[in-house]
Design a protein around this ligand. Sequence first.
Ligand SMILES: Cc1cc2nc3c(=O)[nH]c(=O)nc-3n(C[C@H](O)[C@H](O)[C@H](O)COP(=O)(O)OP(=O)(O)OC[C@H]3O[C@@H](n4cnc5c(N)ncnc54)[C@H](O)[C@@H]3O)c2cc1C
Ligand code: SF4
Length: 450
Amino acid sequence: MGNPKAFLTIPRQEAEYRPVHDRITDFGEVEQTLNTSERKLQASRCMDCGVPFCHWACPLGNRPPEFQDALYKGKWREAYDILTQTNDFPEFTGRICPALCEKSCVLQLSIDAPVTIREDEAAIIEAAFREGYVQPRSYRRNGKRVAVIGSGPAGLAAANQLNRRGYEVTVFERLEYIGGLLRFGIPNFKLNKPIIDRRIRVMEAEGIRFEVNADIDLTHLPEGFDAYCVCTGTPQARDLNIPGRELKGIHFALEMLAQQNRVLAGQTFSDKERVTAKGKDVLVIGGGDTGSDCIGTSNRQGAKSVTQIEIMPQPPVGKNPATPWPQWPVILKTSSSHEEGCVRRWSLSSVRFLGEKGHVTGVEVEAVDWLPNPDGGRPLMKHTGKKEVLKADLVLLAMGFLKPELPAFAPQVFVAGDAATGASLVVRCIASGRRAAADIDRFLTSAPAE
Ligand SMILES: Cc1cc2nc3c(=O)[nH]c(=O)nc-3n(C[C@H](O)[C@H](O)[C@H](O)COP(=O)(O)OP(=O)(O)OC[C@H]3O[C@@H](n4cnc5c(N)ncnc54)[C@H](O)[C@@H]3O)c2cc1C
Ligand code: SF4
């Protein structure tokens, strides 16, 4: 532990977002960075608690006190070594992880100002790339081959870990680029795509093969592999089957988000194909993170207005006694996209879409009350009969994803990431990919010789 009293004298300092007027005009990353000395001061705030709840909260089991100490002392290489023992891709989590660890930091409990663990993580890996610490390594081959299906964070983590254990790894990806939702879901203003490309180059140099435009039939996996890791995500979005669903102008969130990322990568679309919010009244149905990304994208595309509605009630502001420390607090979240301008409303159920000449013009919604469930669990919804029409000529459905039904697989086939758990988080998918790689290794090394 570097400076035992730093947490008493040094306030939490976040790098903050670029000013709204500046960032709203482009799709560049919104988050800024601190300079090196400020970053080291932030690292010095870590108290190296006897029981580090941040380890417990991080799905990867990252060890923040250890890398904060190295960072505070200016030992960037050591910080990088510690961080990458548990995390294959800190450049992703350092940008887009909700930082479960910070909510369980003891400084969150005591002074509401946790250590800036996520930002420190990003600073360490960026320094590592800058200083040339991230170099392709070669691994002794063990003669066995593993296929990874799907190249999102789970597939990439599984591939990385298997490659390090000596397996010959091929990653098959249905789409034209590697990255899964990192590439074609999460907007560039949260994660710029050269960050993914930089990592893929290292993985390729270490021997991992990537095959794009390779749509694998999961009932007939490619031959010639000793084991498989299926990391195909949750491709099916939850629909809203209410009257008027057939109207034009109603899209799944990813139709817009993925297309916008493709446009930024240089692809072109005809006016008919293009899903754009330009000059439109946009209604986002779904109050979660995907909905928030639709807001940021709509504002950047030049929406006339953006409204986000959610069927559940507004979560408490600040603290929620139902989710006490060190749990993840279910409280109102205001993202960078919310700050950029939108109306947010809760406890609204969508009744029907309204339209003219085949195109959506609005959504009739009804206010609902949520009553405590006597059996515990999810509260019970009660209709109030109070209806109104929200004007919209673009509706984006951001209501989550369905857990896929996968075929019954043979014992040498393992499943990881969202495909295994349902929609989740990047950090959980990296952890899941790492676990699957360890399971595959155990399976292949304990298999009796033929
Ligand atoms: C809009 C949006 C924003 C998000 N923002 C965040 C965030 O800020 N922070 C966070 O932690 N999480 C976020 N998430 C969640 C996170 O992106 C996912 O949990 C994570 O990407 C899932 O990883 P995965 O590897 O399991 O699957 P995916 O990332 O979905 O990747 C699966 C890949 O498999 C490919 N595939 C599917 N079927 C086949 C097949 N048959 N053959 C070959 N390839 C196939 C797909 O094309 C895809 O590339 C967000 C999700 C969305 C939708
Ligand atoms: S990956 Fe996420 S939860 Fe884990 S230490 Fe980093 S920011 Fe915290």
